[in-house]
Design a binder for this molecule. Sequence first.
Ligand SMILES: NC(=O)c1ccc[n+]([C@@H]2O[C@H](COP(=O)([O-])OP(=O)(O)OC[C@H]3O[C@@H](n4cnc5c(N)ncnc54)[C@H](O)[C@@H]3O)[C@@H](O)[C@H]2O)c1
Length: 259
Amino acid sequence: MNRLAGKVALVTGAGRGIGAAIARAFAAEGAAVVLAELDGATAVATAREIANGCEGARTLAVQTDVTQSASLRAAVEEAQRAFGPVDVLVNNAGINVFADPLTMTDDDWRRCFAVDLDGVWNGCRAVLPGMVERRAGSIINIASTHAFQIIPGCFPYPVAKHGVIGLTRALGIEYAPKNVRVNAIAPGYIETQLTHDWWNAQPDPEAARKATLELPPMKRIGRPEEVAMTAVFLASDEAPFINASCITIDGGRTALHHE
Ligand SMILES: NC(=O)c1ccc[n+]([C@@H]2O[C@H](COP(=O)([O-])OP(=O)(O)OC[C@H]3O[C@@H](n4cnc5c(N)ncnc54)[C@H](O)[C@@H]3O)[C@@H](O)[C@H]2O)c1
């Protein structure tokens, strides 16, 4: 408890899934948390649920579209007005765009990059000036194991996620002298609505679910809370020399050659 006491954190896409779990864990560790989410209703509901479940929790829901730099700048300003300068940013909002490269529309390509890569940069761009000025800050970008490995038919999502790792490393190096750390987390399969939507889109959803559970060496997929624990660590003062790095959370899946 209180590993993030006194810190102000902004989490994008925090209305549900991994983002909501991170917001919940941050609040439980004493941070004031801004839930910056496209879906204003889920942002408000999750912010309320966290505040009700955690005594003394300070939360604020701000309807935000990460594809718009002005929207993220406004969210950071609102966070500052409510709680003070943002110490921790989690760029979590993301969407799956899985297509065949040659039949994919231009719009699919743009939609994927707008959220999954531009959205991360827009978040960084909004908090970096303040963090550099204060010579303190932690940015955590939620990438994916798709940032290292390719599954056929999932284009162009992994291209954007490779970009997230590049952005993390580049900004981590640029701002290291200013004591701003920029790191990534690469989750493997985590059970969220996004995963259920993907299963449900397959010809046999139950078979797809079972096949997914067979893939990781631990024979299960991850939970959003397991990603949130690592986000707490990277956001805290327990990780002062971890920078421009990426922590994979996949139960060992990407280390496995084959069975
Ligand atoms: N679930 C997994 O298996 C998995 C694995 C690896 C990486 N990830 C990554 O983790 C992150 C969260 O995934 P999740 O499974 O919790 O997804 P999710 O779909 O459950 O939640 C994503 C949230 O982001 C919000 N969002 C979408 N577009 C937005 C925008 N333009 N502006 C602001 N908010 C927006 C959505 O409304 C939603 O609340 C994503 O970046 C995803 O790529 C997920």
